[in-house]
Structures are given as C-alpha cells and as structure tokens.
Design a binder for this molecule. Sequence first.
Ligand SMILES: NC(=O)c1ccc[n+]([C@@H]2O[C@H](COP(=O)([O-])OP(=O)(O)OC[C@H]3O[C@@H](n4cnc5c(N)ncnc54)[C@H](O)[C@@H]3O)[C@@H](O)[C@H]2O)c1
Length: 314
Amino acid sequence: MKCLVLGGGGFIGSHICDHLVAAGHEVRVFEKVGLSKANVLHLHEKIEWMEGDFLNPDCLRGAVKDAEIIFHLISATIPRDSNDNPVYDITSNIIPTLHLLEAARSAGVRKIILSSSGGTVYGIPRKIPISEEHPTEPICSYGIHKLMIEKYLFLYHKLYGLDFAVMRISNPYGERQRQTGNQGVVPIFLSKVMHGETIEIWGDGSVVRDYLHISDVARAAVMMTEARLPKKILNIGSGIGMSLNALLAEIQKVTGLAPNVRYTSCRPFDVPANILDIALARDTLGWGPRVDLTDGLRATMEYLRNIGKDPAVS
Ligand SMILES: NC(=O)c1ccc[n+]([C@@H]2O[C@H](COP(=O)([O-])OP(=O)(O)OC[C@H]3O[C@@H](n4cnc5c(N)ncnc54)[C@H](O)[C@@H]3O)[C@@H](O)[C@H]2O)c1
C-alpha cells in the first residue's frame, strides 16, 4: 500500500518506516524543512522524502496525494510544555489536523493511524491497569488535544467513511530516541549513566510507567494498516509497571555502572502511575510485546555507544 508517514524522520516514525518497507509497502515521509535524514538514511533509496510544514494546508494537500494510509505522528507540543500555552497547543495541533482530515477525504485516503498518548489521555488512574474504557481526564493540554484528534477521527469516519485506528501508546523507548529530549527517560538516563553524569528525578522515584520497546510500537502500527478492528482505539503498552527507581536498578544491571541520582520536587502534570491494559490489542489485533526491558535496554545502550554522546546533553 501507499503509506504517508507524517513525522517519519522522527523517533517513532522512522521505526514505522523500517517496518513498512520490510513489509513491502511504498513509503512517503513528510518532514520539517531541513530536518536531518539521519534516522532514515539507511532507507534512502526505498522511500520518498518530502519536506514541508504540517501547519501549511497546501503542503498537506501535496503530501496526501495518492496516499492510501496515513500515519499521523506530528505533534507541536509535548506533555511537559503543553500547559504553558494551551492556545498554542490547540492551534498548532488541532487546526492542522483538521486540514489534514479535509485533504485526506478529498484525496480518497482509506485510513489514518494516529499516535495518541496512553500516558496522558486517562489522567490520574482510578484503576490499574488502565483499559480503553477508563474515564479520560487528562491533566495536561497535550492529553486533551490527543483526545480531541481521536474524536475528530471518529467524526470523519461517521460522516465520510474515512477509516481510522488509534494507538494509545504508553512510554516508548529505544534506538533513535533523543538523549536530549524532554520526552523519554530511558535514553536520557542511559546516556547519563554511561557518561558518569547526575540524573535528576522529579519526586522520589516511585512514579510508575509502562515502558515499551519501539520495535513493538512500530509492529503494532503496521499491523493496524490492514486490520479490521471492532474497536478502533487500542492501548499499546507492555502492560507492566515499573517505578523510576526500579528502572534505574535495571539500567545499573545492564550497564554495570551505578547511577548518580539527585531527587527534586515532583511535577504537577506527572500522573503517579500508568500501566496500560493491553488485552484488547492482544485479542483484536493479535499483537503483544516481544522485546523485554533488559533486551530493549541493551539495544538502546548499544545504539548510544555507536552514535556517541549528544553534545547537547548537560
Ligand atoms: N515519544 C513518546 O513518548 C510518545 C508517546 C506517545 C505518543 N507520542 C506521539 O507520537 C508522535 C511521534 O512522537 P516522536 O517521539 O516520534 O516525536 P519526534 O519529535 O521524534 O518525531 C516527530 C516528527 O515530526 C516532525 N514535525 C514536527 N513538527 C512538524 C511540522 N510542523 N511539519 C513537518 N514535520 C514536523 C519532526 O521534525 C519530527 O521528526 C507524536 O505525535 C507524539 O505526540 C509520542
């Protein structure tokens, strides 16, 4: 199939490109003007690279031409900064997504697959593990915008028959995730441990998250292209909870190096625990995680060793 990957040069998108190419699909990546192609350089003869701005409806119309499946992986904000300017969060994520949906229905696109957020749409959990039926009460604007996009996908499906699928992803980690990013503790912690630097933890380290290796996320995304799902919104996680302190202990085991940790005050938008119930994805998509945390950490460590230290790591 002809697949358009919006944000295909980024962390999650580049892994989805790998899996799409391996499965024999045609891939067009839509990316920011001038973004480094490093994450997909190995695919350069196998994919089409198109540059433009997601916020520009003309660029989007050009990108969706001839596409059958669209992976929507662009977000102008992250959970941490989204509450600083909710107006920007909505205008830079929702309005361009509506232009995308309009362009997609005009172009006769079959399906849109959204990278939503299992870590933020539910808010503070009332029950663990969190199923897709759990109330949605985000405590950051980012979670609200992801939910809003899910609702518009539902609306365009009802109105125009544009099919969709949503991945509510937990905490993806792995190769090509930035060591300097504001999202994704695994490469940040690994890199600091490998370079003998101090890790700052907001809170006492008891915050529990559900870490999923990126290859499992990409495999789920590609399985969604052809799946006929009775329910279109699926949690994509490991289903296993791990505290930050337990993650550090696992990192120590894998690297053989003891982390230096400084604990500081916790952040208001961090939910205390997030573990996804992945039964629906197992039962209806036939998907489940394959890479356990130890193997995933080893692969990420090898990747970080090979690329060397990011100069922006403080
Ligand atoms: N990483 C996570 O922890 C996580 C968890 C759940 C959901 N998500 C969602 O998954 C998606 C991908 O996340 P990621 O971690 O791969 O992020 P990323 O930043 O690595 O990739 C996103 C890509 O989008 C591109 N992009 C951003 N703005 C653009 C614009 N205006 N025009 C064209 N391209 C633009 C960027 O250049 C980047 O390569 C996002 O929507 C994110 O909200 C991420």
